[in-house]
Design a protein. Structure first.
Length: 559
């Protein structure tokens, strides 16, 4: 059965020998209903994609990028969402007027999508073989043997090693990069005409990101795909796309050939996006600054138990002999791929997981202290998590979230004193103090991260572990958070342990950097030394992936 047999959509003739238009979005409007009120998320957006062309749709969170892409496949939550105006012409046929039966023939067959977060997009109850094979069964009617053969072929094509042995695996048994490759295999199963990639690399390490982008470029060339790339990462846009559309508040504010837009942006918002990369370098703390946190040969080993009696047969060496020193007012960056031990190291220093080896805080050994003895120190040692939405309780107001630590660790404060401390903390992180009775869902991603920082700083700590605090944020918001962290550090003399795979942010914020791989430190030095003249192949691979977006070399772990 061919694609022509499975759909009634007619092809439009190519205009004057130019690249034939595959998708033509004209004056698209998308509205969402809340109660009796409709609000426009997309306000008359127009863009087109030619056959074999990669078009990028860029803008900050809430600009309407993903909503526009989901409208093409009619995947918005109807009837809460509606299209009060516009057309989406797919080879001359308006998809907004197509019935559901016709759309089912298009989705996953002619048009496919790769979602931002593969762990939530893949079904945790179904094996990889079943999930990739389902697309083939629905659209091609293949039998079990043909499905398995095709699934193995697809997994091999997207770079999954030994695919036959991974067919029975479930999503939680795969790494982030492997899950994204499975999503790509599903999207390409029926060799679609258009591939929509919605933030396909946001949650991935820089080396894995580079591999996924290289894979997409190769597959696009092999299959002659058209691609709609949705992202806020302008480095990816410049490398991958032929043309770019810039969205703001539901409207297209600028469009053009990618290089032309980057070299001579016309709209102030486009200029703002291009110039919003975190800038500057960290100022070193005075040489006589006291040591805040220190460890030597720290180990965190998790036992592997086997057999009926659950005997320990081996260990997972998450942190294996790490030594570091952080001074008051300094920022120590910890970088490396997922699974390298970065977060485990931070949790061990905070005494949130068991470890072996000395941990010295402000000149005092704390590795042997119990929970009761550690409690007075909790005010001085705080953490900011990666996902501000997941780390803030949706059932508590901002005031309740921020003052919770005060209630436990500063019980002598009255209700009014706590409220005043909350107001001051919100003001310090650049939020309206009068918003303290609102809830997390009423704030943007950047504002929620500011709330998470306020929750940590309200206790007036000396040491803060920042675990990927900017990875889920737009580039311009990243720059704002970096500036905020610098300001707070200068004002309070804070020491930061900054864990990240975003090396551009690390370069802008950190004084010292340690590079971790498989639980060990492979390289350490000042940020200037690491970024200007890395010594180890692994460090060079990380930097190449982050700044040059070239194919990663053998120094990085393959997926």
């Amino acid at each position: 059965m061919t694609k022509a047999d499975t759909t009634t959509l007619a092809k439009a003739p190519a205009p004057n020998g130019a690249r034939q238009t595959l998708i033509d979005v004209r004056g698209l409007k998308v509205a969402f209903r809340s109660g009796t009120t409709d609000s426009l998320a997309v306000k008359g957006a127009s863009f087109h994609i030619g056959q074999g062309e990669t078009v990028a749709l860029v803008g900050e969170s809430g600009s309407g990028k993903s909503v526009s892409a989901l409208s093409i496949m009619r995947l918005l939550p109807y009837p809460a969402a509606s299209h009060p105006g516009g057309e989406i012409l797919f080879e001359g046929r308006d998809l907004l007027k197509a019935d559901e039966r016709e759309m089912q023939k298009v989705r996953g067959n002619r048009i496919s999508i790769i979602f931002q977060e593969p762990m939530t997009s893949l079904n945790p109850l179904h094996s990889i073989e079943k999930q990739v094979g389902e697309v083939l069964r629905v659209h091609r009617g293949l039998d079990d043997g043909a499905v398995r053969t095709r699934v193995v072929e697809l997994l091999r094509k997207v770079g999954i090693r030994d695919p036959e042995s991974r067919l029975a695996d479930y999503p939680h048994q795969l790494s982030g990069g492997q899950r994204q490759r499975v999503m790509i295999a599903m999207a390409l199963a029926n060799e679609p005409d258009l591939l929509i990639a919605d933030e396909p690399t946001t949650a991935l390490d820089v080396t894995i990101q580079a591999q996924i982008l290289e894979l997409l470029a190769d597959l696009k060339s092999e299959f002659g795909l058209s691609m709609l790339l949705i992202t806020h990462d302008l480095g990816i846009v410049r490398r991958m796309s032929d043309r770019v559309y810039v969205m703001r508040h539901g409207e297209i504010v600028e469009e053009g050939a990618t290089e032309a837009v980057f070299v001579e942006p016309k709209h102030p918002y486009t200029k703002h996006l291009i110039e919003s990369e975190p800038k500057g370098r960290a100022s070193p703390a005075p040489e006589n600054s006291p040591v805040l946190v220190e460890t030597d040969n720290l180990k965190v080993w998790f036992p592997i138990k086997r057999g009926l009696l659950r005997k320990t047969v081996d260990h997972i060496k998450a942190v294996d002999g790490v030594s570091l020193k952080l001074r008051e007012g300094d920022t120590l960056g910890v970088v490396g791929e997922s699974g390298s031990g970065k977060t485990t190291l931070g949790l061990a220093l905070l005494r949130l997981i068991s470890s072996e080896g000395p941990i010295v805080y402000c000149g005092r050994r704390i590795d042997g202290l119990g929970s009761k003895e550690m409690r007075p120190l909790r005010k001085e040692m705080q953490i900011v998590f990666q996902d501000p939405y997941g780390s803030l309780s949706p059932r508590l107001s901002i005031s309740q979230i921020i003052e919770e630590g005060l209630q436990i660790l500063s019980p002598e404060l009255t209700f009014e004193q706590r409220r005043e401390r909350v107001r001051q903390s919100l003001k310090e992180v650049g939020l309206d103090p009068e918003s303290l009775d609102r809830y997390p869902h009423e704030f943007s991603g950047g504002q929620r991260q500011r709330i998470a920082i306020a929750r940590a700083t309200v206790l007036e700590p000396k040491f803060i572990m920042l675990d990927e605090p900017t990875s889920a944020l737009d580039q311009s918001v990243q720059a704002q958070i970096v500036d905020l962290l610098r300001e707070l550090q200068k004002k309070r003399g804070l020491g930061y342990l900054f864990i990240s795979h975003d090396l551009k942010v690390v370069r802008a914020l950190c004084n010292e950097v340690i590079v971790m791989r498989n639980g060990k430190v492979v390289e350490t030095g000042t940020a200037e030394e690491i970024f200007a003249a890395p010594k180890e192949d692994y460090t060079k691979a990380l930097l190449a992936a982050a700044f040059d977006l070239k194919v990663v070399n053998r120094g990085a772990t393959a997926v």
